[in-house]
Write a protein that binds this ligand. Structure first.
Ligand code: SF4
Length: 332
């Protein structure tokens, strides 16, 4: 049985070992700015702390408040987001910033935060707990794994896990507790090789006691990822390359891109392709051939080739551009 004792052990371990991150305040100090907590939580969805940290610092330096962010243009924000992936998050971030600016300030409860664009059960609970000290249970995959192991649950439902977190949560310490759980899941109770020897709550852990902690929770069956094919056109003239903006809705919506074909399930025969980028999205993988083309396609603009890093290209098109530029160097 996991007791309040486990929560106390976990909190003490957090006080002694907490990760210093630019969106946090040290344990026991006043809560962090909700803007910072929100921005970090959105950036951390599907992205590692190491990748997020420098990008977070740049965002905050450029837009120090939610109001500053809300007044920036879509293009500026999407361009700053480029390379972080999962661009629906950036579009939701823009909509959410503007809605909060319209309301004047951040709502303070998980229930109200949940109403904002792009904020789900986990993010609303995490912001409410960390920035506003609400006793809210934030359950992401890390927390779900820790709770499944502590209680020896093979196939826990999210609601069941949230109830266990609520039981464990020390009243008034929700912020530190939530971050302690996040740190435990990220650094000690790791998915494949949990470091149980370093774990402050191993005395209470049923999975550890059973001898095979890594078997909890049971792995989800993998779904086959379909594959698609597409073409990106490299049109260069006088040291500048032709770029377009992808449609606002859909994958990479609103991002700068190379012009190109629709992405289809049938392979494409590209006779004069400079190379191919293989890219894995959440729901499919893609082979994108880079093909030279003399004339610009669609509506767009010419961007200096030697300043491509300022174009706000997402990783897929940045890699396509690298192929074209490498080929051009070889041909020269
Ligand atoms: Fe995870 Fe091991 Fe700690 Fe249990 S003892 S919570 S499995 S790290």
């Amino acid at each position: 049985m996991v007791t309040a004792n486990a929560a106390a052990l976990l909190l003490q371990h957090y006080v002694d070992n907490f990760r210093r991150l630019p969106w946090r305040t040290p344990p026991g100090e006043p809560p962090a700015d909700p803007y910072r907590v929100w921005l970090s939580e959105v950036m951390l969805q599907q992205t590692t702390v190491a990748a997020v940290t420098p990008r977070f610092e740049r965002f905050i330096a450029r837009w120090p408040t939610i109001h500053a962010l809300a007044s920036a243009s879509d293009e500026e924000i999407l361009s700053e987001w480029a390379g972080l992936g999962y661009y629906a998050r950036a579009r939701n971030l823009i909509a959410c910033a503007r809605e909060i600016a319209r309301q004047g300030e951040f709502p303070t409860s998980a229930a109200e935060l949940r109403e904002l664009p792009g904020i789900g059960d986990y993010t609303s609970a995490a912001i409410a707990a960390i920035a506003f000290r609400e006793d809210a249970a934030a359950v992401d995959t890390n927390v779900l794994r820790v709770i499944a192991r502590l209680h020896g649950l093979r196939n826990p439902a999210k609601g069941e896990v949230a109830a266990f977190v609520q039981d464990m949560l020390p009243r008034g310490r929700a912020g530190d507790f939530t971050q302690a759980m996040m740190d435990l899941g990220a650094t000690i109770c790791r998915p494949k090789v949990p470091l149980c020897g370093q774990c402050p709550v191993r005395a209470c852990c049923l999975a550890f006691r059973g001898g095979t902690p890594e078997a909890f929770p049971a792995p989800k069956p993998r779904r086959e990822r379909p594959h698609r094919y597409g073409v990106a056109y490299w049109t260069e003239r006088g040291g500048r390359v032709w770029l377009v903006r992808r449609p606002a809705r859909g994958l990479l919506g609103g991002m700068a891109a190379l012009a190109g074909s629709e992405w289809a399930e049938a392979p494409i025969r590209g006779e004069n392709a400079l190379g191919t980028v293989r890219h894995v999205f959440t729901h499919f993988s893609l082979d994108l051939q880079v093909v030279p083309r003399a004339e610009p396609t669609g509506e767009g603009w010419w961007h200096p080739v030697d300043q491509l890093s300022t174009a706000g290209l997402p990783t897929l098109y940045r890699r396509a551009a690298e192929i074209a530029l490498t080929e051009a160097k070889h041909a020269a």
